[in-house]
Design a protein around this ligand. Structure first.
Ligand code: THU
Length: 130
């Protein structure tokens, strides 16, 4: 299954009764396996989670920590870019050249790399003490 099909399918399962904005995400891990996630909202709004976070959690729960490609889709007029928090979450598990395809259900696609999405990412080297 393509990342596009996987993300499109899982988007249908999104739990988004408050925003009515369903998002699907699919990522390919180093093994070639595909992991998916959808946004899961909560009546306590800040407790909701993004589609990208769900896909990352599924990958890690399956024992993988390296992703090679990402696809995000929503029913918006223009491709939805991952929120700031998700950019940092994605950067944890992918190199800068990993391609992130952002898509609309209407067929518009935009591709950016992780490095383009999050220049100046906070990385493990920042944790070094002097
Ligand atoms: N959302 C995602 O799941 N991923 C994104 O990249 C952008 C936003 C969700 C969060 C919330 O449930 C809804 O979209 C509206 O912000």
């Amino acid at each position: 299954m393509t990342l596009k099909d996987a993300a499109t399918d899982v988007r249908q399962k999104a739990y988004a009764p408050y925003s009515n904005f369903q998002v699907g995400a699919a990522l390919r891990a180093a093994s070639g396996a595909v992991y998916v996630g959808c946004n899961v909202e909560n009546v306590a709004y800040p407790e909701g989670t993004c589609a990208e976070a769900g896909a990352i959690a599924a990958m890690v729960a399956a024992g993988e920590t390296e992703m090679t490609e990402v696809y995000v889709i929503a029913g918006s007029p223009m491709p939805v870019t991952p929120c700031g928090g998700c950019r940092q979450k994605l950067a944890e598990f992918g190199k800068g050249d990993v391609r992130v395809t952002m898509a609309t259900t209407g067929g518009v696609e935009q591709v950016m790399t992780l490095a383009e999405l999050l220049p100046g990412a906070f990385v493990p080297a920042h944790l070094a003490r002097d």
